[in-house]
Write a protein that binds this ligand. Structure first.
Ligand SMILES: [Zn+2]
Ligand SMILES: [Zn+2]
Length: 272
């Protein structure tokens, strides 16, 4: 069975992504209310109690705001680093703590690597999930990136990454200068342009699909994100690119899918 990745929704009003294998179901981030999580999982015929772990990237409300309620209401276990767990006031008995670059073994067919990324006032991490040698990355909320991130994401089959804002729209838009500075700074978010530049470093022939996430409603548009990113990776990427918006769940991405091998016709020597 392939690993499936389904965004339940991404953006400044909440993020959660479901990763499913034969033996495990995890969420990456839980920035929704309990009711919203229940509703969104319900559309996939799942319930929060079906989730083995929720991995939290960082403590900002749109990523970790629903973590505590998920523990309290459904006893779901959370995986987070110490800073994030502390900021969110998580229940220690239901929290597993990881450090940067730890590989967390979830089940016999799923492990998750946590890679630190720069993001203002938070110990944020990107996650790289491995399923029988097939890898998918979920990367969000970073103003820039490190060589370490490039090393770990390079050649992933699926890459979900934020394309937060269009530079011109942000600069000409309604936000005060201080906020524009913060968003576009080293610890802010990635612009479409930066996301394209990052993807140009990490896409290989193994990269089959990309989803662009966490688009700013005020400072971006799906067509701008997609065209800007494709401009940077046009020559190295021929897979499927999609945009994840706030209201999911969206269609699933399959990682490590078995390729149907056509059986050669008239194989038997008797037919020759
Ligand atoms: Zn954030
Ligand atoms: Zn965010």
């Amino acid at each position: 069975m392939a690993m499936t990745l389904t965004h339940l929704g991404t953006g400044s009003r909440g993020n959660a992504t479901l990763l499913e294998t034969e033996h495990a179901k995890i969420l990456i981030d839980q920035g929704f209310s309990g009711a919203q999580l229940e509703k969104r999982l319900g559309r996939l015929n799942l319930h929060p109690t079906d989730i083995d772990y929720v991995f939290i990237s960082h403590h900002h409300g749109d990523h970790g705001g629903g973590a505590a309620v998920t523990q309290k209401r459904w006893n779901v276990k959370i995986q987070a680093n110490h800073r994030t767990a502390e900021e969110l006031g998580l229940i220690p008995e239901l929290t597993h703590y990881f450090d940067s670059l730890d590989v967390i073994n979830v089940s016999q067919d799923l492990s998750v690597l946590a890679v630190p990324v720069p993001h203002s006032g938070a110990d944020n991490v990107a996650f790289v999930a491995s399923h029988n040698g097939h890898r998918a990355a979920v990367i969000t909320d970073l103003g820039s990136w490190t060589d370490e991130l490039v090393t770990h994401v390079r050649g992933c089959e699926h890459i979900a990454i934020e394309a937060n804002y269009d530079h011109n729209r942000l600069m000409n838009g309604p936000y005060p200068y201080s906020l524009k500075d913060r968003i576009s700074g080293r610890g802010g978010h990635l612009s479409n342009e930066q996301t394209g530049q990052f993807l140009a470093q990490v896409c290989t022939p193994a990269t089959k699909s990309i989803s662009l996430t966490h688009l700013s409603v005020k400072n971006n548009q799906p067509h701008l994100a997609e065209s800007t990113v494709l401009y940077h990776i046009d020559e190295i990427f021929s897979g499927d690119i999609s945009i994840s918006l706030q209201d999911g769940p969206e269609r699933s991405h399959f990682i490590g899918e078995k390729v149907e091998v056509e059986s050669p016709e008239n194989e038997s020597p008797l037919n020759q």
